[in-house]
Design a protein around this ligand. Structure first.
Ligand SMILES: C[S@@+](CC[C@H](N)C(=O)[O-])C[C@H]1O[C@@H](n2cnc3c(N)ncnc32)[C@H](O)[C@@H]1O
Length: 278
């Protein structure tokens, strides 16, 4: 029996989709399949997508999961003859299992792993850190980590790579440690921010989110719903400004789950937004 995990906003996200029996829904971030199973159990007809082939390979036999990027949601749905849909769910980020067991250097707690971090195509973090110029690295780390130590960390990366390639999780942690001398808690916060920034960069995550939201609006029927779970302010800002710039196409509301129940620790930085197509 496969170990089941409880996804973020498990009940609330599916409830917000307002599932109508027999209608079509897309789970654009299949992950471990928790939300997908709940959508099916609620009577929805489901198509799921995930960019990570390892997630698709281990998916449930009875769920149709397409290997692809959610930025292509419109063409994926059309190719699968799955339009229009009544709802789309995005649960951004990665699953804990993927971070801990993926073997791609996504967790700063796996020092021996190579800095890969690719979910789909493209170059690895190790390759990026070898090729990027100083100014671009500084700018990208500042923008995507929002860590005040970004310029110094970028300096150190550029200095270090001339004598030794930055290839493993441990290599990067040592560089961060050489800049951030404070206590372990502060160091861990910097690891988390810098690792997240590099993951965003090599997977072009924020651009894919922008395209995905537009694609979802294009395939949802009028009155249909797009539920979005974000994990950090960079993602959330994109969803918020998308809704603001598309007031003629969608209405938007935030569901304050924290007011409804006690949040689990992994849910505290998450936001649940619901867009409804006009
Ligand atoms: C937080 S997990 C989703 C968990 C899922 N809701 C569940 O119930 O198990 C996010 C998933 O989205 C996938 N993902 C991330 N970026 C993606 C993209 N651009 N296109 C498609 N899937 C993506 C990840 O590989 C991961 O499996």
């Amino acid at each position: 029996m496969k170990k089941q995990h409880t996804p973020v906003f498990f009940e609330e996200a599916v409830e917000a989709l307002d599932i109508q029996i027999g209608e079509k829904y897309i789970d654009a971030t299949y992950g471990e399949g928790g939300h997908s199973r709940k959508i099916i159990a609620s009577g929805g007809v489901l198509l799921a997508i995930d960019v990570d082939s390892a997630q698709v390979k281990k998916s449930d036999d009875n769920i149709h999961v397409v290997h692809g990027n959610f930025s292509d949601i419109e063409s994926i749905a059309q190719n699968q003859d799955f339009t229009p849909v009544s709802g789309v769910l995005f649960d951004f980020g990665l699953s804990m299992a993927q971070i801990r067991e993926g073997g791609k250097g996504l967790s700063f707690e796996k020092p021996l792993e190579t800095l890969d971090m690719r979910l789909g195509d493209g170059i690895s973090v190790a390759e990026y850190l070898e090729a990027v110029d100083h100014q671009s690295l500084t700018h990208a780390l500042m923008k995507y980590s929002e860590d005040i130590n970004s310029p110094q960390i970028a300096n150190k990366i550029i200095q270090s790579r001339s004598s030794k390639k930055v290839q493993t999780v441990q290599d990067l942690k040592e560089i961060i440690d050489s800049v951030v001398h404070a206590d372990m808690t502060t160091q861990k916060k910097s690891y988390a921010r810098i690792f997240q920034a590099l993951r965003i960069i090599v997977n072009d995550e924020l651009e894919h989110i922008k395209k995905a939201l537009q694609g979802a609006v294009n395939i949802v029927r009028p009155g249909g719903i797009i539920v979005v779970i974000t994990f950090h302010s960079l993602e959330d800002r994109i969803v918020k400004s998308f809704a603001r710039n598309n007031k003629n196409a969608v209405t938007e509301k935030v569901v304050d789950v924290g007011k409804m129940r006690t949040l689990a620790s992994f849910e505290r930085s998450a936001t649940l937004r619901v867009l409804k197509k006009i």
